[in-house]
Design a protein around this ligand. Structure first.
Ligand SMILES: NC(=O)c1ccc[n+]([C@@H]2O[C@H](COP(=O)([O-])OP(=O)(O)OC[C@H]3O[C@@H](n4cnc5c(N)ncnc54)[C@H](O)[C@@H]3O)[C@@H](O)[C@H]2O)c1
Length: 417
C-alpha cells in the first residue's frame, strides 16, 4: 500500500501538541505520505509551520498549508469551507484527521466520508447518538474506517486495568471518582470562541475521557447522567460551563462522579490535574483501582522557570502522554500514549485499506476492530454520544438526571418524579 496522503482539518492546540508531530513520525515510518493542514486562517497555518519545537524535532518535514500563509492576502481572513474543496480534490481512500471544535465534528466527518476518506476524529466523535449512527452507517457502507482518538485507551495503565478487571481481579465496580481539571490559562486560548454554553461544557469536552475509561476497563454501559455546571466568563466576555460536576450511573448499579474545570492553577506543578479512583467489591473484601494520571512520579526543580503561561520552577511533568525525546541521530522521536494512539488508529485504517479490493473484506476488518473494542469506533463507543446528549440536557436543567435506555432505538429521557 502506498503511504496515506493525509489531510488534517484544524490547526489548533491538539494539532500542535500531539497530532502533527505524530504524523511527521508516521511519515518517517512510511505510513503517511504528503500532509496538508487546513485551518480556518493563514495565521493558524503559519503559527503551526513556524513552531520551533516541531521544526527541531523533524528537520526536513513540512506540510502543505491551506490557506497558504505565503500567498494569502489577509492572514486573519476566515476560510471555513476550504476543507470541503480540499476533500473534493483528494484521491479516494486516503486519510483525514479531523481536529475541529466539538460542534463542527459531524459535518466535517460526513464530508470526509462522502469524499471516500478514512477518518480519525478527535474526541468526542459527535454530539448526538443519531449522528454517531449516521457516521457508522455511511462508513460501513463504503468500507471506510472511522476511529475516535480517545488517547487514554493507549495508556498502558488503562490496558492493564482492562485486562485485569475483565479477568475478575477487581470484582465488581461500585463507586468511582474521576477528575480532569485543565489549566487556567486555557481561558485565554481559542477555547473562549467555541467551548461556550451553547456548544459544549467541560464535562462534554474533557469528562468524556473518564466515562470512556470506565467502559473501556469494565465493559459496563452508562444508564443515567446528571451534570451540574457553573457558568463562568471568558476573557472575551463569552460564557461557558467552566466548572462541571457529573454523576454517571452504570448498568451494574455503580456510580461515577466526574469533576472537570478550566481551573487548575497556572502556578500548579502539573500540566493539569487528572486521575481515576474505582472502588470495587470482591467476594470477601473491597478492591481498589487508583490511577494518578497527573503525577507520574517526576519531581523537577529548575534553575529558572521556562516560557509559557504555566511554566513553574518546581514542576511535575508527565513523561507518559506526549514527549519528543532524543534517541540519537539528528531528530527527536515522539513517545507516549498520545503518539501510540495516532499510530494505532492510522494502522487500523491501513489494515482496512489492505484487506483486499472487495467491500466485504474491508467490512470484515472493520467488524473485527469494532468487536475487539481497543480502538474506539462509532459502533463500539456511541454510548459516549448518549452520555453527551444526556449531559447537555441535564446541564441546562440544573443537573436534572437524564436516563439512557438501550432498547431497539437507544435514547435519553429526562427523569420525572
Ligand atoms: N484530550 C483530548 O483528547 C483533546 C485535547 C484537546 C482537544 N481535543 C479536541 O480537539 C478538538 C479541537 O480542540 P483544540 O484544543 O485543538 O481547539 P482549538 O480551538 O485550539 O483549535 C481548533 C482549530 O479548528 C480550526 N477551525 C475552526 N473551524 C474551522 C474550519 N471551518 N475549517 C478549518 N479549521 C477550522 C480553528 O482555526 C482552530 O485552529 C475539539 O473537539 C476538542 O474536544 C481533544
Amino acid at each position: 500500500m502506498a503511504p496515506f496522503q493525509t489531510l488534517m482539518i484544524g490547526g489548533g492546540m491538539i494539532a500542535h501538541d500531539q497530532i502533527l508531530p505524530s504524523l511527521y513520525q508516521l511519515q518517517r515510518d512510511g505510513l503517511i505520505g504528503e500532509i496538508t493542514v487546513c485551518a480556518q486562517t493563514g495565521r493558524t497555518t503559519k503559527a503551526l509551520a513556524d513552531n520551533r519545537t516541531i521544526h527541531e524535532g523533524f528537520p526536513g518535514h513540512t506540510f502543505i498549508p491551506r490557506p497558504d500563509f505565503n500567498t494569502v492576502d489577509d492572514l486573519t481572513r476566515k476560510h471555513p469551507a476550504l476543507y470541503r474543496e480540499l476533500l473534493r480534490d483528494m484521491p479516494p481512500r486516503q486519510l483525514v484527521i479531523m481536529a475541529l471544535p466539538d460542534q463542527l465534528h459531524f459535518d466535517s466527518i460526513m464530508a470526509a466520508l462522502e469524499a471516500n476518506q478514512h477518518v480519525i476524529a478527535v474526541k468526542p466523535l459527535v454530539l448526538s447518538y443519531a449522528h454517531a449512527l449516521e457516521v457508522e452507517r455511511v462508513a460501513r457502507e463504503r468500507g471506510l474506517f472511522v476511529g475516535v482518538e480517545y488517547h487514554k485507551r493507549f495508556d498502558d495503565r488503562a490496558l492493564m486495568a482492562r485486562t485485569q478487571y475483565r479477568e475478575g481481579r477487581f470484582g465488581n465496580f461500585r463507586l468511582g471518582q474521576a477528575a480532569l481539571m485543565e489549566p487556567w490559562y486555557y481561558r485565554e486560548s481559542n477555547f473562549q470562541n467555541w467551548c461556550t454554553c451553547e456548544n459544549s461544557d467541560l464535562f462534554t469536552y474533557i469528562g468524556c475521557h473518564y466515562v470512556d475509561q470506565i467502559h473501556f476497563i469494565t465493559g459496563h454501559l452508562p444508564t443515567e447522567v446528571s451534570v451540574y455546571g457553573i457558568v463562568d466568563t471568558y476573557p472575551n466576555g463569552r460564557e461557558g460551563y467552566l466548572w462541571t460536576d457529573g454523576r454517571v450511573l452504570w448498568d451494574n448499579g455503580a456510580c461515577l462522579n466526574v469533576v472537570n474545570a478550566i481551573g487548575y492553577p497556572n502556578h500548579g506543578a502539573g500540566g493539569n490535574f487528572q486521575g481515576l479512583r474505582m472502588f470495587c467489591q470482591g467476594e470477601d473484601d473491597g478492591c481498589i483501582l487508583f490511577h494518578d494520571d497527573q503525577y507520574r512520579g517526576l519531581k523537577y526543580c529548575y534553575a529558572a522557570s521556562g516560557d509559557g503561561p504555566n511554566a513553574t520552577r518546581y514542576s511535575e511533568p508527565s513523561p507518559d502522554y506526549f514527549r519528543l525525546v532524543d534517541r540519537g541521530g539528528e531528530t527527536l522521536t515522539p513517545v507516549g500514549y498520545g503518539f501510540r494512539s495516532v499510530e494505532g488508529l492510522t494502522k487500523a485504517a491501513a489494515q482496512v485499506e489492505t484487506a483486499g479490493p472487495d467491500l466485504a473484506a474491508k467490512q470484515a476488518v472493520l467488524e473485527r476492530i469494532d468487536s475487539e473494542g481497543i480502538i474506539a469506533t462509532p459502533a463500539n463507543s456511541s454510548f459516549n454520544e448518549l452520555v453527551i446528549e444526556a449531559a447537555r440536557l441535564s446541564i441546562t436543567q440544573n443537573g436534572r438526571p437524564v436516563t439512557i435506555d438501550y432498547d431497539e432505538t437507544p435514547h435519553v429521557t429526562p427523569r420525572s418524579w
